[in-house]
Design a protein around this ligand. Structure first.
Ligand SMILES: *Cc1c(COP(=O)(O)O)cnc(C)c1O
Length: 393
């Protein structure tokens, strides 16, 4: 279909509001000016407040992969042992990156349908009598599986064992969507990017860090340059990006942060994500009653507020559903990744999204499933509509 908007329901990149696009459509400014340093400082401060972090926030011109690499190379020297919670494609890749940097990775498997099991984690860390594990790395929301892990439970395990490992959290898919309080949870490094909950183009990444993480970075002798936090912490604001700063992305970020403030702050934004995700889950629940599809995340409380991963029964082709959605209904979704390729699709519901957009998307998913003759009963969209009509906003 040529007419109308294309719906972007990928779990990243997400919809970029017109206001953000317009804020970026202007000439560059001189990054040596007060105007620029005020803009940068104000963006970093507001973002860090949203993370509830009292330590520094480091920004990079990069993707999430860059924030991964920056965090790993600053916190850990070659040979350092880390425990990598492998909960899906993205966390697995992060672990591979750790190995490429010479870390000694203990792979903690969660299976691709669950988050980190804190009892199992406790058993593994309890055997680390010499306290050799220097970091526990976890993806808050694993985008490939639609699973969100309970960070408070992980913190409790570390505290109970009095284990000093740094807690390093990939909140790339959860930041701005699921509440995450860095200080309160004792998170030492919290990674985020521009193109998911922050409603921006790809190109900015961040790590909010604790004082312990700063100390670890200064103690780490590993050679590094572009990603070096010391260089970025010590430089004047406009040079913290280790090169020409991403001026236009900061124009956009400033506008995105204004939109978050206008909505009522980050808590209002995460509440909206919860409401919309509940509606998606209610629809999937109804569709699943016909037996041809189910949630990938087996535990209801671990289902992500950013993305829902739906698995189809063996005799159905999920890639075909994704293709029909794109070609016939102008709806872009995520396909299954890794072991879920061909058997799952993912509905992204994060970032710039409201009730009619979500209902339109769910309607198009329903139409695509029907077009592919996947039995879904009746009433999925209706239950979502009813639910959203009842919630006061
Ligand atoms: C998207 C994503 C990444 C990778 O981000 P890029 O910007 O594509 O490098 C990493 N982790 C999670 C959880 C993600 O959702």
């Amino acid at each position: 279909m040529v007419s109308g908007r294309t719906f972007i329901q990928n779990p990243g990149p997400t919809n970029i509001p017109d206001r953000v696009l317009r804020a970026m459509a202007r000439p560059a400014i001189d990054f040596g000016t007060t105007e620029f340093s005020v803009l940068l400082d104000s963006c970093l401060m507001r973002l860090n407040n949203h993370m509830r972090n009292s330590g520094p926030l480091i920004g990079y011109t990069s993707t999430g992969h860059g924030a991964w690499e920056a965090t790993v190379t600053n916190l850990f020297d070659t040979g350092a042992r880390v425990l990598l919670c492998d909960s899906g494609h993205f966390s697995h890749r992060w672990g591979e990156m750790c190995e490429a940097h010479g870390l000694d990775v203990t792979w903690f498997e969660t299976g691709w349908q669950q988050g980190v099991d804190s009892d199992a984690l406790r058993d593994v860390l309890a055997t680390d009598a010499g306290r050799r594990v220097e970091g526990v790395l976890v993806a808050h929301t694993e985008t490939s599986t639609g699973v969100t892990s309970d960070l408070a439970a992980i913190r409790t395990v570390l505290d109970d064992l009095e284990h000093p490992a740094l807690l390093v959290v990939d909140s790339i898919a959860s930041f701005g969507c699921t509440p995450l309080e860095v200080d309160a949870l004792g998170v030492d490094a919290c990674l985020a990017v521009s193109q998911k909950g922050l409603m921006m183009p790809i190109g900015l990444a961040f790590t909010g860090i604790s004082d312990r993480a700063v100390a670890a970075a200064y103690a780490n002798k590993r050679g590094r340059f572009y990603w070096d936090w010391r260089r970025r912490l010590e430089a004047e604001g406009y040079r913290m990006f280790c090169g020409t700063p991403p001026i236009h992305h900061l124009f956009g970020l400033d506008e995105a942060l204004c939109m978050i403030a206008e909505e009522g702050g980050i808590d209002a934004v995460t509440n909206r994500h919860r409401r919309l995700a509940d509606a998606v889950r209610a629809a999937v629940e109804v569709w699943s009653e016909a037996g041809a599809l189910k949630f990938n995340a087996t535990k209801a409380k671990e289902r992500s507020d950013s993305v829902t991963c739906v698995r189809l029964a063996e005799n159905y082709d999920a890639d075909k559903v994704v293709a029909v959605a794109r070609q016939r209904f102008n709806l872009s979704m995520g396909s299954g990744i890794g072991p879920l390729a061909g058997s799952a699709f993912r509905i992204g519901h994060l970032g710039d999204l409201n009730v009619p957009m979500l209902l339109g998307a769910l309607g198009a998913v329903e139409a695509s499933l029907r077009a592919c003759r996947v039995p879904i009963g009746t009433g999925g969209l209706e239950v979502a509509t009813t639910m959203l009509s009842e919630v006061s906003s």
